[in-house]
Design a protein around this ligand. Structure first.
Ligand SMILES: Nc1nc2c(c(=O)[nH]1)N[C@H]1C(S)=C(S)[C@@H](COP(=O)(O)OP(=O)(O)OC[C@H]3O[C@@H](n4cnc5c(=O)[nH]c(N)nc54)[C@H](O)[C@@H]3O)O[C@H]1N2
Ligand SMILES: Nc1nc2c(c(=O)[nH]1)N[C@H]1C(S)=C(S)[C@@H](COP(=O)(O)OP(=O)(O)OC[C@H]3O[C@@H](n4cnc5c(=O)[nH]c(N)nc54)[C@H](O)[C@@H]3O)O[C@H]1N2
Ligand code: SF4
Ligand SMILES: [Mo]
Length: 690
């Protein structure tokens, strides 16, 4: 028997980052624990991270390439060699490229798991398609791009430095480890005395420990943020010297927010005016304080306005680019993403991608999923007829599942790479078995903009014939384009990225992580990278973005009425990543069924009881989940579980992906103009007993 101990950083179970100590015996992972030397986690790990040992070699894992035999979606496949499968994929994509043009082929990516995200962009660019579809419409693009419009960078919370106060604005880090923001760091700052403000309809664990918890009505964040600005500006609590030297439009903003009193916001948000005032004052007083923002601020069509308010708060309180505030993270000197993806080969991308025709932000370099599906279904703005999807499960993750299913069934050719058969892969012509975490050499958090790059060396062989996405893309690239643009072996990609930092895979694995050298307040010498060189509280380019110069609040995306009196929102589960890993026994045992959280008063008025299955109906669709009566959600708010399908029922079956999938009940009709964001928070609904 051989036994080894290896070290890597967790990945694919959330955004990843905990350094793990991994025991490998006879080629199998037998133990995983958090490593006390971990830069981000200092010994911490969670059940998801430790469950990776079950993922490797799980019987559900895809182990050979599959080619469709029966009608699409009927679950009839034959195993194929990699040669045949890759040739079939290359032929399928090339046929459409020759007939309809390269832009009729889309490349789709889910939450980035590692380098495969950038490798796929490289493939799309070299292939000649401007259409890289990503879930960024509801995940990070709104905050990143809005930040870049207003202050020239993506202002990430500096939870690595000492800080007086952390605002968790619709972010629940204790359950959802986020890019560079790990709850162990927030807890460490709290131990040093940092206060918390939690803005979340639910009383989460962190809310219970916070100095202020503002349980707002889902979808009303913009109104609350305007009231924060009102308090801070009218009470003269802002950083006058920063505002005078480094912002544009402050006087107009001050005038604009006069109407948005705490009393006004209280009516909309349901949070009492006194609490709004006190919390706003606490943020203004904290020097420094940071805002750790989550999905809630960017999962409504109003994301652009909501986030503009938050960046304005950071700016007027002097918290931009100071230690412990919201900073421009400096990246370590790796090969720049733009160079790696060969953006130079496709200069027409910004004007030719699907969303360029939809008036989205010019900084958005990925296609919002709704515009991709409209291109497939309505040929709007032009037809898309084939897709290559990796690390994504759109049947579960895109708003409006009917639309997704329809689009998938209309594609002339679809190839999917995944680690298991999913409801999306079940619709494909070719399914490719991907290697998972610890099964190949990878790098974590490259290009994500928070300044830390993590080593993820290979520790075990992949099961069966599984191959890393990096290798699959490299092989497809060699078939679809000049082979000289590709690599002999996928590992060379990693060495190429690390070379500018003076590392190769081995030396980087030994080092563990790289952090960019941070110098704060770079604006003092260089100005802000905006047209005016300042933070644009009033946005000079607002017109081209279809917005007013100052952030507004236009009310919720959808109003409740007598038929749909409750407000539906969601929160991510600590036990799963989106739709992934319902098939991992230890995780499923922790959470066997999808639960919808309902307040005791709401439950009583509707006669609902814990553990009883109910129907949740919106104007767009209906799903079933199991009631959990809890005082941690406010009355009238319903918080459902996301990403639910039942692998044990068969990925291709409707009863598997339809029954409890929240996106059956969401809509992609109304989208935010700048990022194509649908409404996922604050959806009018009703609940019926089954
Ligand atoms: N209603 C609603 N919808 C949402 C959200 C919400 O809050 N509410 N959240 C949104 C957010 S923030 C995001 S990021 C998206 C997520 O959207 P997706 O990324 O599409 O979500 P997942 O369901 O995790 O799908 C990931 C797939 O990748 C597979 N996988 C894991 N590792 C690998 C690998 O190494 N290679 C390959 N090829 N496959 C792999 C998994 O098995 C899984 O099937 O969903 C969004 N959708
Ligand atoms: N365990 C686990 N970890 C994950 C993920 C996962 O699926 N599971 N996903 C990863 C991904 S891709 C992402 S993007 C991040 C997301 O991480 P988060 O942003 O933390 O994601 P959520 O849990 O969707 O939302 C956070 C909180 O928003 C609250 N909320 C709901 N509606 C509203 C609202 O209208 N306003 C406000 N202010 N709050 C609201 C919810 O109650 C929840 O506590 O997590 C990453 N980490
Ligand atoms: S918190 Fe995230 S990174 Fe850490 S062990 Fe859990 S899943 Fe992995
Ligand atoms: Mo996400």
């Amino acid at each position: 028997m051989t036994s080894d101990t290896g070290y890597t950083h967790c990945a694919r179970m959330d955004h990843g980052g905990c350094r793990l100590q991994v025991t490998v015996e006879n080629g199998q992972i037998t133990a995983i624990r958090g490593d006390s030397q971990g830069y981000l986690n200092a010994g911490y790990s969670c059940p998801k991270g430790r469950a990776m040992s079950e993922v490797h070699d799980h019987p559900k894992r895809l182990k050979t390439p599959l080619i469709r035999e029966g009608v699409r979606g009927s679950d009839q496949w034959r195993s194929a060699s990699w040669e045949e499968a890759l040739d079939t994929v290359a032929r399928g994509l090339d046929r459409i490229r020759r007939r309809d043009g390269a832009k009729s082929v889309a490349f789709c990516q889910g939450m980035p798991k590692g380098l495969e995200h950038f490798a796929l962009i490289r493939l799309a660019n070299i292939f000649g398609s401007p259409n890289l579809v990503a879930v960024q419409d509801v995940c990070h693009a709104p905050r990143e791009m809005t930040g870049r419009h207003m202050c020239g960078f993506y202002p990430v919370p500096d939870v690595h430095s000492s800080t007086d106060l952390i605002v968790l604005w619709g972010s629940n880090t204790r359950a959802t480890n986020e890019e560079g923001v790990i709850s162990s760091q927030i807890l460490a700052r709290m131990k040093q005395g940092a206060q918390l403000i939690v803005i979340d309809p639910r009383r989460t664990g962190l809310a219970a420990e916070a100095a202020f918890h503002l349980p707002l009505r889902p979808g009303t964040d913009g109104a609350l943020a305007l009231a924060f600005l009102h308090v801070i500006i009218t009470e003269d609590r802002y950083d006058r010297s920063f505002v005078e030297s480094w912002t544009t439009g402050f006087d107009a903003l001050a005038e604009h927010v006069r109407a948005f009193t705490p009393q006004w916001a209280a009516k909309i948000t349901g949070v009492d005016a006194g609490t709004i005032e006190q919390a706003a004052r606490a943020y203004a007083q904290a020097r420094p304080g940071c805002i750790a923002w989550g999905n809630a601020v960017e999962q409504t069509p109003a994301a652009f306005d909501t986030i503009r308010c938050l960046v304005s708060l950071m700016a007027v309180c002097g918290n931009l680019d100071v230690p412990g505030g919201n900073i421009r993270a400096a990246e370590p000197r790796l090969l720049a993403p733009g160079k790696f993806v060969r953006a130079d080969l496709l200069p027409e991308k910004p004007t030719e991608c699907i969303n360029a025709y939809c008036g989205t932000s010019s900084k958005l370099m990925t296609v919002p999923p709704t515009y991709f599906r409209r291109a497939v279904l309505e040929h709007n703005p032009y037809p898309v007829r084939a897709a290559y999807m990796q690390t994504t499960n759109p049947v579960l993750s895109y708003a409006d599942t009917d639309m997704t299913r329809e689009a998938l069934s209309r594609l002339e050719f679809l190839a999917v790479s995944d680690v298991v058969m999913t409801p999306t892969a079940a619709m494909a012509d070719v399914v490719l078995p991907a290697a998972g975490h610890m099964e190949f050499d990878d790098i974590g958090h490259y290009g994500l903009g928070h300044g830390i790059i993590l080593a993820r060396p290979k520790l075990v062989e992949p099961p069966g014939q599984c191959r890393p996405d990096l290798a699959i893309i490299n092989d497809l690239g060699r078939r679809l384009s000049d082979p000289d643009l590709w690599f002999d072996r996928y590992e060379q990609i990693i060495d190429a990225l690390l070379a500018p930092a003076g590392h190769d895979r081995a030396s980087f694995a030994a080092l563990g992580y790289l952090r960019g050298e941070k110098t704060y307040k770079e604006y003092a010498s260089k100005g802000f990278s905006t047209p005016s060189g300042k933070v644009e509280l009033a946005l000079s380019q607002a017109g081209s973005l279809g917005a007013a110069p100052l952030p507004e609040y236009h009310g919720p995306a959808e109003e409740t009425d007598a038929d749909y009196p409750l407000l539906l929102t969601s929160a991510k589960s600590p036990n799963f990543l989106h739709s992934s890993y319902r098939w991992v026994e230890s995780l499923r045992a922790r959470e066997p069924v999808p639960k919808v959280q309902v307040h005791p008063e709401t439950a009583e008025s509707l006669g609902l009881e814990t553990d009883r299955e109910v129907r949740i109906e919106t104007r767009h669709g209906a799903i079933s989940q199991v009631v959990h009566v809890t005082g941690s959600v406010p009355p009238g708010v319903v918080c459902a579980a996301i990403g639910w399908w039942f692998p044990e029922k068969g990925a291709h079956r409707e009863e598997s992906w339809q029954r409890s999938n929240i996106n059956v009940a969401t809509s992609a009709q109304t989208l935010g103009r700048q990022f194509g964001t649908p409404n996922l928070r604050g959806i009018p609904c009703r609940i019926r007993k089954l």
